[in-house]
Design a protein around this ligand. Structure first.
Ligand code: PLP
Length: 400
């Protein structure tokens, strides 16, 4: 058996992540490898921390990328902040809140679940009631941008509630960072994690985190050792934060992947956070116009809808998997399927980072409309004019 190099097909990625990557990021990755304690590399690490502070809008010194995917960012927060017997209010309105609960249980905590329907944001009223009913709870955990449904929750209000009830907050920002407004310091977030492959448009496999003073104080006061050696922030900090002029070897950093994340963050900084948020919104509005022109509907109400993750209800009688397969085969376009109770009932169309652009919006609408029209599920010819009109309106209103 002879093996040859792997050459993946070229796709347009408009699913729930990974997202399309700016060629600059891939080029950065192919630069020469150097040692992970090389002074040049250490200089890049310092810059990366500053760029992440910018992305998270924080001054937290403990802001760094964990060397593993978003799930490891989640696990870092729970491993360090939960001790056996700790009561944690966990909000579940989709897949990822459920994973938070599992983390709480695996680290010996006692979850107090606040449940909302999939597609709804986390209810601040229910959270307040849970905090009132459980005065011994010491942590509040929730997802900002629920990727399984496209619902956005109110980070500021939830973190304010956490503080009022003397709880430390853990926020999942895997799909939100870089795509929608997020102000870690101003909103009083205590611990937050993200992923590299969504709106930052980097390769998957890194989890930026930021941990504030209240959370650090909680880690300092732990009665028990952090149960994970790899994710123990006391040890990770020894490598990422210089102490008395020294850095300790912890694990071999994913050097070239970190070049990529640095480049992705430079690109975000060049564009500007506000401009990036506005770009995601602009292209979402055009996609929305086209989707609605076809007579399709969104799962989430406009008020709580994420621009970067569009959950569209599959029309009655349409085989959603056949549509996705046709988009992939004929247009090399990837969109996502529904999960859990929405498997087979929604498509998840991502407009994340580099993928949030006019070309992708028009490709997706045109391809989706063509495939659905062949199935007699929509009337052809309506989606693209609606999206173009939305863009034209935007251009006019910007010029005015
Ligand atoms: C909200 C949310 N949290 C956590 C994760 C886990 O991230 P990863 O797949 O990078 O481990 C994801 C991934 O899609 C996510 O969307």
């Amino acid at each position: 058996m002879a093996y040859s190099s792997f050459h993946p097909p070229v796709r347009t990625l408009m699913g729930p992540g990974p997202s399309d990557i700016n060629p600059r990021v891939l080029a950065a990755m192919s630069r020469p490898i150097i040692g992970h304690l090389d002074p040049a590399f250490v200089g890049m690490m310092e810059e990366m921390k500053k760029l992440l502070q910018y992305a998270f809008q924080t001054r937290n010194a403990l802001t760094l990328p964990v060397s593993a995917p978003g799930s490891a960012g989640m696990e870092t927060c729970f491993a360090n902040l939960v001790e056996p017997g700790d009561k944690v209010v966990v909000c579940i309105n989709g897949v990822f809140g459920g994973r938070m609960k599992e983390n709480v249980e695996r680290f010996g905590g006692i979850p107090v679940v606040v449940e909302d329907a999939w597609g709804q944001p986390v209810s601040t009223d229910k959270v307040e009631a849970a905090l009132q009913a459980n005065p011994d709870a010491s942590l509040l955990a929730f997802v900002h941008a629920e990727t399984s449904t496209g619902a956005c929750s109110d980070v500021q209000a939830l973190c304010e509630l956490a503080r009022r009830h003397d709880c430390v907050s853990i926020v999942d920002a895997v799909t939100s960072l870089g795509g929608i407004p997020l102000y870690v310091d101003e909103w009083g977030v205590d611990a937050i994690y993200s992923g590299s492959q969504k709106c930052l448009s980097c390769t998957p496999g890194l989890a930026p985190i930021s941990v504030g003073e209240r959370a650090i104080e909680r880690i300092r006061r732990r009665r028990t050792q952090v149960p994970s050696w790899f994710l123990d922030l006391n040890l990770v900090m020894g490598y990422w934060m210089e102490s008395e002029g020294r850095r300790a070897y912890h694990h071999t950093a994913p050097i070239n992947a970190l070049y990529a994340l640095h480049e992705a963050l430079v690109i975000l900084h060049e564009e500007g956070l506000e401009a990036s948020w506005a770009r995601h919104r602009r292209h979402h509005e055009a996609l929305r116009a086209g989707i609605e022109a076809m007579g399709l509907r969104f799962l989430v109400d406009a008020a709580h809808r994420l621009p970067q993750l569009n959950a569209v209800l599959v029309p009655e009688g349409v085989d959603e998997a056949a549509v996705r397969a046709a988009l992939l085969q004929r247009y090399s376009l990837e969109i996502g399927a529904g999960l859990g109770p929405y498997a087979g009932r929604i498509w998840r169309i991502g407009l994340m980072g580099h993928a949030a652009n006019e070309q992708n919006v028009l490709l997706c609408l045109g391809a989706l409309e063509a495939v659905l029209a062949e199935m007699d599920a929509v009337t052809p010819g309506l989606a693209l004019p609606a999206a173009r009109a939305e863009y034209a309106g935007r251009v006019r209103s910007q010029a005015a």
